[in-house]
Design a protein around this ligand. Structure first.
Ligand code: NDP
Length: 451
């Protein structure tokens, strides 16, 4: 039997890589992890965590307005961006340390360097050759900005977390999670925000009614949403940045955020040299067991560009490691993955959109409800919530649950358990509500809006 320097070498210390490494070490494997940038990956450093902190920060302006209805008067507010960035950085630094300790305490060797593949069992790290029986590529993704004149002036989500000052007039380009979330954050922090999306309605793939509802709520909060258009060029002018749109109209801004998708980080890793196959989008091709076409090399998480969510990468890492070192084969179940967009208001979704449900199940029943949550009844600031259930008529199983309103992420997580367990509409109907709450609406929708 060949002897290797380690049993499991992980390239990339993000969500998936760290979880896989720690767990493999827990099974007794000799594990090494190489991370050239920051431990914790996108999620911890320039993604989920700092984004959610920014979402919290952005809510206080409206909270103050709501508070007036409850009898509070507060002095004129002042927001200090450097304080937010500094406090956020401190927390991220703490998390970087937590990740490092988790790895070290599990017995992993952590290399703060870039690792490149030399052959299917050998890597080069800092000029040193290391051999490994199994190699996991978990290098994640990176923001993609399309080519166009003036692209050098734009920011991506990576830079948004480290700006010295907050630009007051912001344009956000894109219509996915990141664009929608940042549009809400920036508006909440007091910026004038225009969001530009190339299609007729943003958040393609999500339920259409939810997308329409969110668009209306965002407009109500003052975000200038412009659909069916795009940026032709950007020029630097005395007044900031001038964007020329497809129809020739111009916009002036202090900052332009491009959130037009992310690409898998596969370059200069030695993948070609080892013959690891990529798909047309540049993602590493893997089978159901995260195996690439090279038997000793595996990949998971965003670098495989499938379901690009932190909890999915964690689940994939655990599944792989259980199979390799734990003698247990438990594939990840990709059905009914709940997800939340931390927009304002946030969106929670699990299961099928109405369009997908109709195509997949034929006959469906759709239950919808739009209402003013109790909190906003005595508030001068008005906000509405929208909820939707989709039921497959034949089986009566609830196959889609969608919500746009406060606490959407928190609410959806719990319902996702019920939906994965196959809950029928009757189970929903016979579940006692928690009153008064917004979530109770999901168990009190009696009459279908349409069939
Ligand atoms: P998405 O892929 O979600 O969205 C990209 C957006 O940019 C789409 O609206 C797309 O339009 C548009 N776009 C793509 N190319 C161009 C172009 N050349 N010109 C103009 N517009 C373009 O990417 P994000 O960057 O928003 O997020 C990446 C992933 O990260 C998400 O898919 C998600 O998996 C994950 N994520 C999850 C979050 C969460 O769980 N809350 C938060 C943030 C990110 P079109 O739809 O027409 O293709």
């Amino acid at each position: 039997m060949a002897s290797y320097d380690c049993d499991f070498f992980v390239i990339g210390g993000g969500s998936g890589g760290v979880r896989a490494a720690r767990m493999a070490a827990g099974f007794g494997a000799r594990v090494m992890v190489a991370e050239e940038r920051y431990l914790g990956g996108t999620c911890v450093n320039v993604g989920c965590i700092p984004k959610k902190l920014f979402v919290y920060a952005s809510r206080y302006r409206e909270e103050r307005e709501v508070a007036q209805g409850y009898g509070w008067t507060m002095a004129e507010p002042h927001f200090d961006w450097p304080t937010l960035v500094r406090n956020k950085d401190q927390e991220i630094l703490r998390l970087n340390g937590v990740y490092e300790r988790l790895l070290l305490n599990a017995g992993c060797a952590v290399l703060a360097a870039r690792a490149t593949l030399l052959d299917p069992h050998t890597l080069e790290v800092d000029g040193r050759r290391i051999s490994a029986e199994h190699i996991l590529v978990a290098t994640g993704g990176w923001p993609l900005v399309p080519e166009f004149p003036g692209r050098e002036f734009v920011l991506t989500s990576n830079e948004m977390f480290h700006l010295d000052a907050l630009p007051q007039r912001m344009v956000v380009v894109g219509g996915g999670y990141i664009a929608v979330e940042f549009a809400g954050i920036l508006r909440g922090l007091g910026c004038a925000v225009t969001q530009i999306y190339r299609g007729p309605l943003f958040l393609r793939g999500f339920d259409s009614e939810v997308r329409e509802f969110l668009a209306a709520q965002m407009r109500h909060k003052g975000v200038d949403l412009r659909f069916d258009t795009g940026v032709t060029r950007i020029d630097k002018t005395a007044d900031g940045l001038t964007l020329t749109l497809h129809d020739g109209a111009t916009l002036t801004a202090d900052g332009v955020l491009y959130a037009t998708g992310r690409v898998p980080m596969t370059s200069a890793l030695g993948l070609e040299q080892c013959g690891v196959a990529l798909d047309a989008a540049g993602a590493i091709r893997v089978d159901a067991h995260y195996r690439t076409n090279v038997p000793s090399i595996y990949a998971l998480g965003d670098v495989t560009n499938r379901v690009n969510l932190t909890p999915v990468a964690l689940a994939e890492g655990m599944s792989l490691v259980r199979r390799l070192f734990g003698a247990r084969d438990q594939p990840v179940d990709y059905d009914y993955i709940p997800t939340a967009i931390f927009s304002q208001p946030p969106v929670g979704t699990v299961g099928c959109s109405e369009a997908v449900a109709r195509a997949q199940f034929g006959e469906i029943e759709v239950y919808t409800s739009t209402f003013t949550p109790l909190r906003y009844t005595v508030s001068p600031l008005k906000e509405q919530a929208f909820m939707k259930l989709i039921v497959a008529t034949q089986t009566q199983r609830v196959v889609g649950l969608h919500l746009c309103g406060e606490d959407a992420g928190e609410i959806t997580q719990g319902f996702a358990v019920a939906m994965r367990a196959g809950a029928t509409k009757e189970i929903f109907d016979t579940t006692i509500g928690i009153h008064p709450s917004s979530a109770e609406e999901f168990v009190t929708m009696r009459e279908p809006t349409r069939r």
